[in-house]
Design a protein around this ligand. Sequence first.
Ligand SMILES: [Zn+2]
Length: 420
Amino acid sequence: MDDPHVGGEAGGADAARADREPATERPCLTPDELGESRRYSRQELVCTLLDMAIDVIYLGVMAFWGARSIDRALSLAPVLGEWAVLRLACLFLIITALHYACSFPLAVYSGFVLEHRFGLSRQSFGRWLSRYALRNLLATGLGLVLMVGLFLLIWWAQAWWWLIAALAAFAVTIVLGQLVPVLILPLFYEIEKLEDQDLRERLERLARGTSLSIEGVYRMKLSTETVKANAMLAGLGRTRRVILGDTLLDNFDAREIEVVFAHEVAHHVYRHLAKLTLFGLVYAAVSFWVCDRILVAWVTAVAGSFQYPDCPVHALALILFVITVLSLLVSPVRNGLSRRFESACDRYALQVTGDVEAYRAAFTRLARLNKTDPHPHPLDVWLLHDHPPVAARLALADQFTAAPRSCHWCAGSDDGSPAR
Ligand SMILES: [Zn+2]
C-alpha cells in the first residue's frame, strides 16, 4: 500500500462539482495555512523522533538487562521452565505489553490530541482507543507468530536460520499483501466499489492498456475518522486495487481525481509494490544475517559459548532491538527509493493526463487538507519522508510542458499505451 493523496467524488455529484471554483483559479496556501502546516509538521516530527527514541531505549534496556531478568523469573514457573516455546511466547507478550505502556502517552498525544488540535481528526477518544487496540492486537498476534517461528528456525535450522527466515518473511509479505485490502483494511474502514458512472468512465480511460481493471477501483470511507485525503494502490495479484478515500473523492474535482488516480495507476504500471517487496527480501536477508552475527557474539561474550539449539529465550529482546535499529538505519535508503518511485508516478500522471493545472490544484489541495508543510527541512525529508515534499512535486509541474489532453488518453486513443 501506499500514499496519501488527493481526489474527488463518488457521490455522483456533477452539480456539486460545478459549484466548485475551477482548478486554475485556486489560490496556493495562504500565509496562515502555511504557518499552521509548519506548526503541525514540526510537532508531528518531534513525536516521530520521540517515538523512535522510546523504541530504541526501551528495547535496548530489555535486550541488555530486562529480558534476562524476566526470563529468569518465568523459568521458575513449572510449565514455563520446561517449555522454552511457552516461555518465549510469554516473554514476547510481556515485552510487547510494557512497550505499549511506555509509548501509550505519546501515542495518545500524536494520534489523538495533536490531530484534534489541528482539526484533522473526527474520532472520539473511544473510537480512537478501539482503533489503537485493534491495530496493536493484530500487530501483537502477528509478531508473536513470527517471533516463535524465528526461534524455532534458530533452534532447528541453526546456522542457516537467517536465510530461511528471510525467505519466510518474503512469503509472509506476499500473503499479507494479498490479504490487506480484502481482510485487514475492511476491519478498519468501510470499502465499497466506486459507483459514480461518470467518474468511472474518466478513470477507465486512464487505466486502459495497463492491465489494471476499473472494477478494481474502490471508495474507502475515511471521513468518519479524519479530514485528511488519501489514495493508495493495494493488494497483489487478484486483490490488486486502487482505493480512493471519500475525503479525496468528495473534496477534489474530477480532473484532480484523474491526476491522483493516474499516479496510482503508475505504481501498478511500474510494478512498484513488487520492487519494494524484493527490496524487502534483500533487506530481510541482510538484517537477519546481522542479527545472527550479533546474537552469536553477544551470547558468546556473556555465556562463554554459543550453540544454536541452546539459544536463550531472552535473546528475543536482542533480536527485536537489532531489527529495530537496523530498520531505522535503513529507512533513509528505503525512503529515498520510495521518493524516486513517487516522482516517477507524478511524472506519469502529468504525462497521461497532460493536465498541469489539475495536477497543481490537486497537490495544493492535498497540502491544505492534510496540513502538510510544502518545504520541510532537507534532513527531515532525507530521514523520514517516503514522499517528495509538495514543493518538489509542484516543481515537477514547472518542468513539464503540458501537451494537449487530446494527444493522450482523453480523446479516446485506443492503442492502450500510456504516453510516458
Ligand atoms: Zn504514490
